[in-house]
Design a protein around this ligand. Sequence first.
Ligand code: FAD
Length: 400
Amino acid sequence: MLKFPFRRLFHTSVTQLSEFSHIVIGGGVVGVATASELQQQTGNNVLLVEQHDTLGQETTSRNSEVIHAGLYYPKSSLKAQLCIAGKNKIYQAWKSGDLPVDLQQCGKWVVAQDEVEEEYLHKLGSNAKELDVPVHFVPLDKAKQDYPLIRANRAILESPTSGIISAHEFVSFHEANFENNDGTVGLNSKVVDIVHNSGTSNYTVTLGVDGEAIEITSDNIVNSAGLFAADIANMILPQQDHYNYYYAKGNYFSYTPETPIGQRITDKLIYPCPNPNASSLGTHLTLDLGGQLRFGPDLEWLDVSSASQIDYTPNPRNLQPAYEAVKLYFPAITPNALSPSYSGVRPKLLSAKESKQKFADFVIKEQEGFPGFVNLLGIESPGLTAAWAIADYVKNIYHK
Ligand SMILES: Cc1cc2nc3c(=O)[nH]c(=O)nc-3n(C[C@H](O)[C@H](O)[C@H](O)COP(=O)(O)OP(=O)(O)OC[C@H]3O[C@@H](n4cnc5c(N)ncnc54)[C@H](O)[C@@H]3O)c2cc1C
């Protein structure tokens, strides 16, 4: 890994106006995948800047690491389109040996406990079919035989293309591709200001590096700053056009049985039916790649005005509600088997109240009035699954 600042790629071409063709802000999974796709286009020289000393330290390493199948989202949405495309890219590359990362296509069950939930599952099944995502109902007696500790009173919808992936290895894969194609990574480099140079129509980005301010020019900017993406966009926008983020924390709970269970609980991810309009999928059971169970994330709206105020300590007050949620589909759980583990935070463009009323899609677009400045906003779940497809989508904005 090259440490920034250095000079190798500055002024590579006499005809080029700026030092870089693109600066990608944010070295999470989405930023690094996007930087890598852009760098592969002839004529581009891309700088990826990240405020921390390694890539993928924020939301990219604070999630469930689930490869989502894409069941839940409306057909016309970017979330559906990019989740399914991202998932397909991951599995195709992995099956052909081109994606050397740890993953398992373990599948998932969504379980219904009553009539209302069963009706929801049928709607979910229809939506999946419309999206061409494979799903099927599992006979309850068969389910009882396979995983007797999992309760599903009314119905189970299985999604065989759901899986789990090492987010860390997925980031390393894109990082290696980027660097092998001569992309430039600037670590410990925090974007503190951006100016649109209207005469030349390029951008001057000011980075804080080791207490010093460094100015770099670029023809194009990709804002992939995760929880800070609204702040980055607002650096160039007039006050009246500012974006506003809300932050919704998801707490995770680790599982250690108080007395040995003595049988396999599940090899599949287990999801409850989400509460209507809950803006999360409900406290579910996921497996890590070592087969350990964990539960979460729940949904806790934070009362902070900036991502820099986020306290990631998992909230112990949420333990009891999580236990009650899990008990519905895993009745053998005991209260002391769960302990607070870690948390991640969703960048929301809608408030808690608005989220109950409408669906929030990813926002990925060139900012009006700012040619070449592409914002990626509200990249919550399924952003890990979708990352590679988001990268393609951004590439296509520039290379139509
Ligand atoms: C609780 C939770 C569970 C989730 N579960 C799943 C799941 O199972 N499956 C799935 O597909 N998705 C899941 N997601 C979504 C997924 O984790 C995110 O969509 C994805 O990680 C977003 O990646 P990113 O690169 O956009 O953001 P980030 O990983 O947050 O990266 C943004 C980067 O920008 C950097 N940055 C910010 N500001 C600056 C600045 N001024 N200068 C330089 N760098 C800056 C940050 O340091 C950070 O590294 C989950 C999300 C949450 C919160």
